[in-house]
Design a protein around this ligand. Structure first.
Ligand SMILES: [Zn+2]
Length: 397
């Protein structure tokens, strides 16, 4: 039951030509949930699903001050094989390795799989951990819609969950003494440092904003250029402003990765365009001022084109520094492993506002993530699982 072997077992699930698409409550994700439960039960863990659709596998009786480790099984659209699943298979591998040597944890230990970490279906990232901690309103979460107009509540109900029970889960939250998430690195930090594993230091402030432009749908050939109210024009201004403005701010990244024109015909001027801006800045929280500047440019472009603009913040998380004591313990335990900041968001960052939390990263030789090229060598995967086992041994005694 090596981490590499476990990854191999799910390699075919949700895989398409353009990478993996495993979204909360869809068929592939359901298959992964069943696989996880079966695999966890096989090593004697008790599997339960909490009120928010997160999966827990307990080694010992669930209780307070538990040591919890895990990650997520969902992906972005067209994602890689490691983002999320690596933390889950490493946790199962580490628990099995500790069991095999007769180790008995001195406190309850659980493997946790968070729901909808990527926000790949309903737009808000870390939805499972945000609901668990109460950092998103349950009613707002229930009303989120996927691309087909299905609400999160409807999708949950179809998958056998009761959406009325969504919301801050005091019982589950009070059990977590420490949360440790292992994750594939999503940049080239470890390649440059020449190390297979690092301890997470900080997660940069980041958020997602939705720009909705409406204009006048019309004929692409019959409408003179001066007569148009084309919402694609201010949408394009957002893309250009995001690049221009973020390039001037040190440590900033701004991305438009999703844009939906409606009705979406080649010979049709769109009547509406929705686009999503992902913005992040290192250091102090300077994300909202950056987005304000981009929004100003968008507002001017919309006015010039005679279009309406609506802007809404879909998610936001400030800069997070993982628990300093835990970082020190992990570094000492892993032979002085380097510390690494990340530009990616994680459930561990959401939990860090509520409990002691930390992260381990495993080297990704391509430095590419959220794409099929995301990778980790078998040797590094095994190294990561062993490092996690060491951490669990140390932190649970
Ligand atoms: Zn992830």
């Amino acid at each position: 039951m090596s981490a590499v072997g476990l990854l191999g077992e799910i390699a075919g699930v949700g895989r398409g030509r353009g990478g993996y698409s495993r979204h909360v409550f869809d068929r592939a994700e359901g298959e992964l949930r069943a696989w996880f439960a079966e695999r966890a039960e096989r090593i004697g863990l008790d599997v339960e699903t909490d009120r928010n659709g997160n999966l827990w596998a307990w080694w010992g009786t669930p209780g307070p001050d538990a040591l919890v480790t895990g990650s997520h099984l969902d992906s972005v659209p067209g994602g890689g094989a490691f983002d999320g699943p690596l933390g889950v298979v490493s946790a199962l591998d580490a628990v099995a390795a500790l069991q095999a040597e007769g180790f008995r944890p001195g406190k309850p230990l659980a493997v946790l799989v968070f729901a909808e970490e990527e926000g790949g279906r309903f737009g808000v990232p870390c939805l499972g951990s945000r609901l668990l901690t109460g950092s998103i309103d349950a009613g707002k979460a229930r009303a989120l819609r996927d691309q087909d107009g299905v609400t999160f509540a409807e999708a949950a109900a179809r998958a056998g969950f009761d959406p009325e029970r969504f919301g801050r889960d005091e019982v589950a939250l009070s059990r977590i003494g420490t949360f440790l998430e292992l994750h594939v690195e999503q940049g080239r930090g470890l390649v440059d440092l020449g190390s297979p594993v690092a301890v997470g230091s900080t997660v940069i402030a980041h958020g997602r904003w939705r720009f909705s432009f409406s204009g006048q749908g019309n004929h692409a050939g019959a409408t003179l250029m001066g007569d148009r109210h084309d919402p694609m024009v201010p949408a394009a201004a957002v893309v250009a402003a995001a690049r221009r403005i973020a390039s001037k701010v040190e440590g900033a990244r701004a991305t438009v990765g999703r844009l939906i024109p409606r009705p979406g015909g080649t010979n049709v001027i769109a009547s509406t365009v929705d686009l999503w801006l992902d913005a992040r800045v290192t250091g102090e929280d300077r994300v909202r001022p950056l987005v304000d500047e981009i929004a100003d440019a968008a507002g001017k472009a919309a006015a010039e084109e005679g279009c309406e603009i609506r802007l809404s913040e879909e998610s936001y998380g400030g800069t997070v520094a993982f628990d300093a004591g835990l970082r020190e313990e992990l570094r000492a335990l892993l032979g002085g492993a380097p510390e690494l900041p990340t530009g990616a968001g994680h459930d561990a960052a959401i939990l860090s506002g509520h409990t002691r939390a930390g992260m381990l990263y495993v080297r990704n030789p391509t430095g590419i993530s959220h794409a099929p090229e995301e990778f980790a060598e078998d040797e590094d995967v095994e190294h990561g699982a062993r490092a996690l086992a060491e951490a669990l041994r140390h932190l649970s005694t």
